[in-house]
Design a protein around this ligand. Structure first.
Ligand code: NAD
Length: 473
């Protein structure tokens, strides 16, 4: 695919984008280095003027038209996601649908979320004043995205930023940048001035130089904790939005619908080969149903088919790279050495790692404490809800959690006490819809995505106050 929206004509180095399953070259993009950041910023400055100059209906119409065009070419987008990120076709089709929705929701924000009238006369002393606040663009935003949802996570940054009248320099993952390039092409075809979104393909060195640029008003980052910490250390005085990792717990109470819980947790644990920030990593199961749950869960997990993501018969595609699969294997090997018991999986063929289930996992192990980001899940029994909640809350960060129960009081108690950005009742942790506020609790999480919430993060209020000097009665 021709990278038509790269800012710079002269490119010295290139990145081959590889199919994670078979290693074939899917596309080639420029490897833009830090030395080219001044040119990118120049384009970003022009873009900020161009986008702020668009009317709200102009921004909304571009986003709506782009949504229609993505929908029209949904199959081609899905194929590209499979080829560069290794999701199965069904999973990729779902991501495309969500991207269409994200763009449409963004158009709605452009049309409706313009500010509020301020009640100046609500307190004594301001009776002669009237006014409002408007939502103004921040200016230039740097958006940095990961590989695992290479289309919709990009839409979650571009949609709200454009709706808010901003320009974006987008640095997609160097492992899967092609869907992002295609989406930006569609936005331009829908009428977006070319300067508004500049796609800067490259790696960490480029990302770091963009983060440091003084004139950038906001870094909107989605990715891992280590990168997030690096960005926070070097960004200086600019707004930071951090959508980082998870290690999601799901509590299974003995009064739940067991079959429904097993089915949902299988999907929660193994969707996108577990490369999913809200993927279920720890299954906490009430002791009275532990054996029954384990038997059903393991028997269904061990027949999941791992392999070619293009085949309809495949449940679990490859991990993004051979190295990612080796890392997953290593974390499991370590947990086994620390006393864990393997219930199924822990088989690797190239970048494919089979659905892996363990129990008796040491709570000091990386597998319990950290994000594994692989098709690996831990089973852990508990006796009481209090114990389950304490276990759920052990890691120092938390995106989503789930609980299966048919008792409303239990569900509500868990919803109140689990420390997470979202608690799903009778769903695994892996439920998200694109209009809800999305983000984590505890360490590292800054701000919220979800279109309305990202839009509000990406705009700034400006107050206009008119002192009528008592002349209006
Ligand atoms: P990553 O942190 O390795 O890379 C993310 C992006 O950061 C890439 O574009 C990369 O090139 C860039 N980058 C790397 N070093 C940088 C630096 N020093 N300065 C600036 N940019 C730099 O993440 P990944 O492996 O691509 O993605 C997986 C991670 O993303 C997981 O931890 C997952 O949980 C997280 N994630 C979070 C969400 C969410 O919404 N919370 C969604 C998806 C993925």
């Amino acid at each position: 695919m021709k990278p038509s929206h790269l800012a710079l004509a002269i490119v010295e180095h290139q990145i081959d984008v590889l199919n994670p399953f078979n290693g074939t070259v899917v596309g080639t993009v420029a490897d833009i280095g830090a030395s080219q950041v001044p040119g990118l910023l120049e384009q970003g400055r022009n873009g900020a003027r161009a986008c702020a100059g668009l009317s709200r209906h102009g921004r909304a119409r571009i986003l709506e038209q782009a949504a229609l065009n993505v929908e029209r070419d949904a199959l081609a987008f899905a194929r590209l996601i499979v080829e560069e990120a290794g999701k199965t076709f069904k999973q990729a089709e779902k991501e495309v649908k969500r991207c269409v929705n994200t763009l449409k929701l963004s158009a709605q924000e452009a049309r409706r979320n313009a500010g509020e009238v301020l009640p100046f006369d609500a307190y004594e002393g301001s009776e002669s004043r009237q006014g409002w606040f408007s939502r103004e663009p921040l200016g230039l935003i740097v958006a940095i995205t990961p590989y695992n949802d290479p289309l919709n996570l990009v839409a979650h940054k571009l949609g709200p930023a454009i709706a808010g009248g901003n320009a974006v320099i987008l640095k997609p993952s160097e492992l899967a940048p092609l869907s992002a390039l295609r989406l930006v092409r569609y936005l331009v075809e829908a009428g977006l001035p070319e300067s508004v979104v500049t796609v800067a393909t490259g790696g960490a060195e480029l990302g770091k130089a963009l983060v440091e640029a003084r004139e950038v008003r906001m870094i909107s980052f989605t990715g891992g904790f280590v990168t997030g910490e690096r960005i926070a250390r070097t960004a200086g005085l600019k707004k930071l939005a951090m959508d980082l990792g998870g290690n999601a717990p799901v509590i299974v109470m003995d009064d739940c619908d067991l079959e429904a819980a097993v089915e949902s947790c299988l999907s929660g644990a193994f969707w996108a080969a577990g490369q999913n920030c809200i993927g279920t990593q720890r299954l906490l199961i009430q002791a009275s149903i532990y054996a029954a749950f384990r038997e059903r869960f393991v028997s269904q997990a061990q027949v999941l088919v791992t392999g070619d993501p293009m085949l309809a018969s495949t449940d679990i595609g490859p991990m993004i790279t051979l190295q990612a699969a080796l890392n997953a294997e290593q974390v499991v090997t370590e947990a086994l050495a620390q006393g864990a018991a393997l219930l199924c999986g822990h088989r690797r063929q190239g970048s494919c790692y089979a659905a892996t289930v363990l129990e008796n996992v040491d709570h000091a192990s990386r597998l319990w404490r950290d994000e594994v980001f692989a098709p690996v899940v831990v089973l852990q029994p508990f006796e009481t809800l209090d114990e389950a909640i304490a276990l759920a809350n052990e890691p120092e960060y938390s995106l989503h959690a789930g609980i299966f129960t048919n008792d409303l009081a239990t569900a509500m108690s868990a919803a109140r006490r689990i420390e997470a950005g979202g608690v799903m009742i009778n769903d695994s942790s892996d439920y998200r819809f694109d209009a809800m506020p999305f983000g984590g609790f505890k360490y590292g999480s800054l701000g919220r995505e979800g279109v309305r919430f990202a839009y509000e993060e990406m705009t700034q209020p400006k107050v206009v106050c008119i002192n009528t000097l008592g002349q209006v009665t």
